[in-house]
Each structure stands twice: as structure tokens, then as C-alpha cells.
Design a protein. Structure first.
Length: 212
């Protein structure tokens, strides 16, 4: 396919996107931009976007992605509470923290195990790699959303990988605006990492150990 034909195909695909998906995309983008700034309002945008995607993904047959939206809606409530300091005795805003290498290794193992355990349910009568990617993106997103709610710095590094994989998945399943959004997410995640990292000196414990 020539570059001109490829560009034409992309433009045509974007033109066919339903309004509901565009609204979900705008809200999802607002969520991430506000999350980079550590604004509480990111969670309100997340809940609204997830409610729309729940319907869209269910209709599109992405079982794990639809189920993931239910988790996102619940986590939006938790994230709002956590960022306001609800999980800290003194009621102060939650600081940025880091995880140890051992904790990251354990988390990655859990995601892999959960993916393999549920891929059969996700696949149904379908073959190919899509069910595996669907399950991986869902479980990895569950973990990483929890990390965002707890303000764990490395969540942004996780999102870079997850968003790149998710972009390919969504494009292959016809969610073209969402796929483009997730490509943009990769760029924003890089920005988010460096923005949050500047808060680490304030979040560090007196003995130099990290929270988490």
C-alpha cells in the first residue's frame, strides 16, 4: 500500500468513528492530562469515559476491556478518596512514591498468571493472538491503575508499554479514535513520569527509603 493510500485509509477510518467514542476519547485524554498535574478532577473524567467505553467495548466483543471499565469506575472513586488524603491518618495529600524491584517482579508475575488463567474465557470460540492481548492489557491496566491511585512513580513506565500494545489492539478491532488516543497516551506517559519524579524528594522518607 502506498503512503497516500495508507493515509486515505486512516482518514476514512477516523471519519466513520461514532460520536460516543469521540466523547470517551476526549474525557480519557482529559483524565491523563489532569493525572500528570495530580489534579483530583482526573478521576471524574476517568469515571465518565469508562462508563461510555463499557458500552462500546461490550458491543464490540472485547470482553476483558468491557470488564476493565467496571474496575476503572470503581477505582475512580477510590483514586479521588486516596489523592485527597483519605488513606493517610493526618489527612494530607498522598505523596509520590516508588516500588522496590522485588515488588515490581511480583506484580509482573501476577499479571502474567492472571492473563494465562483468563485467556480461555476471553477467547471463547475465537483463535489467534487477540484474546491474549485483550487479557494482558486488561490485567496490566488493573495493576497500573492501582499504582496511579497510590501515586507510584513507575506507573508511567508501565503505561508506556500497555498503551502501545493497547493501541494496536484497538485499531485491529475497529476502535480507531481510541487507538490514536493510546498512541498519544504513550507520549503523555513519558511526560507524566518526569513530572511526577520531581516530587520524589518531598515524598522520600528521612532514612532515604521510598514509600509504597
Amino acid at each position: 500500500m502506498s503512503p497516500g493510500a495508507a493515509l486515505s485509509a486512516v482518514v476514512s477510518a477516523l471519519a466513520d468513528i461514532p460520536p460516543a467514542e469521540w466523547v470517551a476519547v476526549v474525557l480519557a485524554l482529559a483524565y491523563l492530562l489532569l493525572a500528570v498535574r495530580q489534579s483530583l478532577w482526573c478521576w471524574a473524567c476517568a469515571a465518565a469515559s469508562s462508563a461510555i467505553y463499557l458500552v462500546l467495548f461490550a458491543r464490540g466483543g472485547l470482553v476483558m476491556q468491557a470488564a476493565l471499565q467496571v474496575f476503572y469506575i470503581a477505582m475512580a472513586g477510590y483514586g479521588w478518596w486516596s489523592w485527597r488524603g483519605g488513606s493517610r491518618v493526618e489527612g494530607e495529600p498522598l505523596p509520590v512514591s516508588r516500588w522496590s524491584a522485588r515488588r515490581h517482579a511480583a506484580a509482573a508475575s501476577v499479571v502474567l498468571a492472571a492473563t494465562l488463567a483468563t485467556v480461555g474465557v476471553v477467547a471463547g470460540d475465537r483463535g489467534g493472538v487477540v484474546p491474549y492481548v485483550d487479557a494482558f492489557v486488561a490485567w496490566a491496566s488493573v495493576l497500573t491503575t492501582w499504582m496511579v491511585a497510590r501515586k507510584v512513580l513507575e506507573n508511567w513506565l508501565y503505561w508506556i508499554v500497555i498503551d502501545a500494545v493497547a493501541a494496536a489492539l484497538y485499531w485491529s478491532q475497529g476502535f480507531h479514535a481510541t487507538a490514536c488516543l493510546f498512541v498519544l497516551y504513550v507520549v503523555i506517559a513519558v511526560r507524566g513520569y518526569f513530572a511526577w519524579r520531581t516530587d520524589l524528594p518531598r515524598a522520600a522518607a528521612p532514612d532515604g527509603r521510598v514509600h509504597g
